[in-house]
Design a protein around this ligand. Sequence first.
Ligand SMILES: NC(=O)NCCC(=O)O
Ligand SMILES: [Zn+2]
Ligand SMILES: [Zn+2]
Length: 484
Amino acid sequence: MSTVIKGGTIVTADTTFPADVLIEGETITAIGKNLSGDKVIDAAGCYVMPGGIDPHTHLEMPFMGTHSADDFSSGTKAGVSGGTTMVVDFVLPGINESLIDALQAWHQKAGKAASDYSFHMAITWWGEQVWKEMEEVVKRGINTFKHFMAYKGALMVNDDELYQSFLRCAELGAMPLVHAENGDVVARLQQKYMEIGTTGPEGHAFSRPPEVEGEAVNRAVMIADQAGVPLYVVHVSCEAAHEAIRRARSLGQRVFGEPLIQHLTLDESEYFNPDWDHAARRVMSPPFRNKVNQDSLWHGLAAGSLQVVATDHCAFTTEQKRMGIGDFTRIPNGTGGLEDRMPVLWTKGVRTGRLTMNEFVAVTSSNIAKILNIYPKKGAIAVGADADIVVLDPKKSKTITADKQQSIIDYNVFEGVEVTGLPRYTLSRGDVVFEDGKVTAEDGRGKFVERAPSPPVHEALSSWKALKTPQPVERSAENMPIGV
Ligand SMILES: NC(=O)NCCC(=O)O
Ligand SMILES: [Zn+2]
Ligand SMILES: [Zn+2]
């Protein structure tokens, strides 16, 4: 069966032009004028763009004594409602747990995904077993390893572990990711604010100032440079972190930065709300920042010093958040956003002139597809690409409300925000998975996307580092001290 998307304007990361798109099976097979197919999707007045890729989600993740509430079913359905057709989730092995066992457990959970997915592997502990298993993980289609520089006593790894793991990534053609915050200082600041009686959600923000993030990004950048490996910094929230990335890139280092839609559009005043629930629902790490930091992130997207907009979707219900009444350090960290990332970014970015439509496509799909080495199978409207497509109607509006969302939590951090520019249709590998405001995708239709190691940036950096490695000085006998 073939499908043709007719009458729309194609928007890619590079260009914009009117054309129809023909899909046969799961793949785009032609792009041009006056195409015909068995089934017609009307895209008149719409933009036809690659489906979004959200490279940072935590679905059904065990964390802080509970589990994130959205699973691979509700999470991917939230995604397709907002035009996102692929998520990349984090496999989180327990301490001393085999990476391969943890990977199998995540495959099990992801069995109900309604759209495609892939995984990053987290390095939560270090030892010979981890070093060995990293190779097998790469063979199983994962080319990214995540490191937490925060969450002391739980997920955090130290600098020596980071360096060893980064070296291993360099050998395997994989890329390290970091959650960059100085976990030791955060732990002390948490203690300080609890001791002086700041027990509410605002204490979470006070204990994670931009400086602790900036320091950690600088450290990770230095370690990656010494290990000779590219680096991807997740949830970049402030100028201090952005500045470290910008500087590294200006020095020729291969460093990528990922702001979240939450940090781009919500600010720290949320934590000063007198309603405890309101403030706690917005507790995430790093916390929301002030407007100056927000502006820095927008500028980075426009300038290209930041490349990707993600969500870090890690949703907890109000009841779960209340685990931290009287002690902000126990509020499960995380917020939702999978359904809202694309509409909010279109509304606050493209409609305001902060981003072009092509930049929108770049930061929501194409750039991350290249970084993850799955381009142009994903992240492209091109012959041969998977037919993961969003038909975005720039006139369609809604007011975001938890009552109508796919996510199973009981609130939405974007509650009341009016968005204009919504999917008319979302297609995943040729199937219409969202249409007319309704999700039509079935659980379990999503496929695991394997990602091969050694993307071009990795290869280039390895060659350059090999060329630049300091060499021993060859000394002849007459230049050596005599009789020693
Ligand atoms: N970001 C957050 O607060 N929760 C999810 C885990 C993480 O990414 O740090
Ligand atoms: Zn994180
Ligand atoms: Zn995360």
